[in-house]
Design a protein around this ligand. Structure first.
Ligand SMILES: Cc1cc2nc3c(=O)[nH]c(=O)nc-3n(C[C@H](O)[C@H](O)[C@H](O)COP(=O)(O)OP(=O)(O)OC[C@H]3O[C@@H](n4cnc5c(N)ncnc54)[C@H](O)[C@@H]3O)c2cc1C
Length: 511
């Protein structure tokens, strides 16, 4: 009874994707999830007692989930485009990027930068991303090819050089004159990744790549109903296919011969898998194998969730709050500000002006608000703060969290015409509806190593090692154990791709 074709360690969204694919082929599948709910970092939650708002508590936007996975598994998740791409305040003005209105965007660039030059470079840069997006994205759900085959597939020398060969900082300095414009492009290279524009290892380029290829367009859309709706759809698919899903089941140890020891309902149990699929981070898997992980990853962000009575006014009176918060609002994320914040954080200090980006889910999808919250005109606000590495929180997490939140709200207030605190809702008990999650909080809640949101730094989407050509990028040194989470090659983000690829590796092995 305790033998399975696959035992999946962790019930994050990728574990559910792998479970659904395998169970559909008649495989016996067991998913063991430590928490009381499935979904890992892709969940919705009523974070504030007495306030009927289901926030996407951790991840919030979807770009990387392929249509193919949704179709294969028969899941129906509506992804809604935001009206505005981004708004970046500067002084009493700002830069509005309205993807649906080229003239409006061009005029905004002209006002901010004083010429049309950076707008022309902007269009050239994003034309380049659209040339690589399709082929790279399609390749993520196929076996790995080597670097030169991948380069030939891109077939674009300029794009190859910009994305795969030279540090992004060089390109940004050469192509753009304006510090704010450079910074907006750079932010996509720094999400969840603690590095600089000039990192010779190109960690920033890899992060950028994953942020501009999603579904062949790079658009980041709002999952209607919140991230919980994505996980609910995947849970349904796995259950319908016949997978057994256990929550409150913490895996304690795994062995290369397929044995999985876990605690469930206060008792220890053992299950055997022809394959073990690790939805947990590679560093966690090493721990479960009794090994000592080398090169521990480090997360570097502060996530803040808020509910507001109303959207705040901005210093820039030319932009409406609905436009400013309708896309990604970049706060103090110019190129120089990002580099300064990195240096301060690398030196062990909370950045004096924390760069962060913000978006309002409820403007695009009010369905996450209960009826009374909707009638009252309330909104959700999601803030993702950059360059807040785990090392800043190691000594006194509670004290450092409070300090990081204070500094971050002050950074936000610097672009507002009224303090954000005046707009934040209160619970019936009078508490402010604001919660902050440091990397250490994410480690204890989700098991992310030092809070790394991608389980480890993102990797190139091709085989570095000739032995990996033709494989799925999920293999470990043990035949029976595969990665099926964000830490796989071509992992990271809400994509289901590592789950799909691990399932394909299992099916290939049994052909
Ligand atoms: C704050 C934050 C914001 C983000 N924003 C976005 C975003 O907007 N868009 C996007 O695409 N990506 C975003 N990401 C990244 C994305 O959410 C993750 O990369 C992705 O969800 C990882 O999914 P996964 O299934 O691979 O792993 P996880 O979601 O990490 O799931 C792993 C599961 O394993 C479980 N587990 C751990 N240890 C054990 C054990 N011993 N036994 C049993 N179970 C165990 C965990 O509880 C967890 O449920 C964000 C992440 C965070 C944290």
């Amino acid at each position: 009874m305790n033998s399975y074709d696959a035992v999946i360690v962790g019930g994050g969204h990728n574990g559910l994707v792998a479970a659904a694919y395998l169970a559909r082929t008649g495989r016996r599948v067991l998913v063991l999830e430590r928490r009381d709910e499935l979904g890992g970092a892709a969940v919705s939650f009523r974070a504030f007692p007495g306030v009927d708002v289901r926030l996407s508590r951790y991840s919030y936007l979807v770009s990387l989930l392929p249509e193919k996975i949704a179709t294969d598994l028969g899941i129906d998740v509506e992804l809604r485009q935001r009206n505005i791409s981004s708004y970046t305040p500067r002084g009493d003005g700002g830069l509005l990027v309205d993807t649906g209105n080229r003239e409006r965007t061009a005029a905004s660039f002209r006002r901010l930068t004083g010429s049309d030059r950076d707008f022309a470079s902007w269009e050239r840069f994003y034309d380049l991303t659209s040339r690589v997006a399709g082929p790279v994205f399609d390749s993520l759900t196929r076996p790995l090819v080597d670097r030169s085959t991948f380069e030939a597939m891109i077939a674009d020398a300029e794009a190859w050089s910009v994305f795969f060969e030279r540090p992004l900082g060089q390109t940004l300095r050469e192509w753009f004159t304006d510090d704010t414009v450079r910074g907006i492009v750079l932010t996509d290279a720094l999400i969840g990744t603690f590095t600089t524009a000039d990192d010779p290892d190109l960690t920033q380029n890899r992060c950028l790549l994953y942020h501009v290829i999603g579904r062949g367009t790079g658009a980041w859309d709002v999952p209607v109903g919140g991230m919980g709706a994505v996980t609910a759809a995947l849970t349904g698919a796995a259950q319908r296919a016949g997978a057994k899903l256990l929550t409150g089941a913490e895996v304690l140890a795994v062995s290369p011969d397929g044995e999985v020891r876990y605690r469930y309902a206060d008792n220890e149990h053992v299950a055997h898998g022809r394959h073990i699929l690790a939805n947990v981070a590679p560093a966690r898997l090493s721990g479960l194998l009794g090994e000592h992980p080398t090169g521990r990853p480090e997360g570097a962000q502060l996530k803040v969730n808020m509910v507001l009575d109303r959207l705040p006014r901005l210093r820039d009176t030319a932009v409406s709050p609905a436009d400013a918060f309708g896309g990604t609002l970049h706060v103090n994320e110019s190129f120089d500000q990002l580099q300064t914040a990195y240096s301060q954080a690398a030196g062990g200090r909370i950045p004096t002006v924390p760069p962060c980006e913000i978006y309002c889910h409820s403007l695009t999808d009010p369905s996450i608000l209960g009826p009374s919250e909707r009638d009252a005109g309330r909104h959700t606000l999601t803030l993702f703060g950059l360059h807040m590495p785990a090392r800043l929180f190691n000594d006194h997490n509670d004290i450092a969290r409070a300090a990081a939140l204070r500094a971050t709200l002050a950074s936000l207030n610097s672009v507002l015409d009224e303090p954000i605190e005046d707009c934040i809702s209160r619970t019936p008990d009078g508490a402010l509806c604001v919660e902050a999650k440091t990397p250490l909080d994410l480690e204890s809640e989700l098991g992310l190593p030092a809070g790394h949101i991608f389980h480890r730094d993102l990797q190139w989407p091709f085989a570095d090692d000739p032995d990996d050509v033709g494989r799925w990028g999920v293999e470990t040194e043990y035949d029976r154990i595969l990665l099926c989470g964000a830490g796989a090659r071509r992992g990271g983000g809400v994509s289901g791709i590592p789950g799909h690829n691990a399932a394909m590796a299992v099916l290939d092995a049994s052909d």
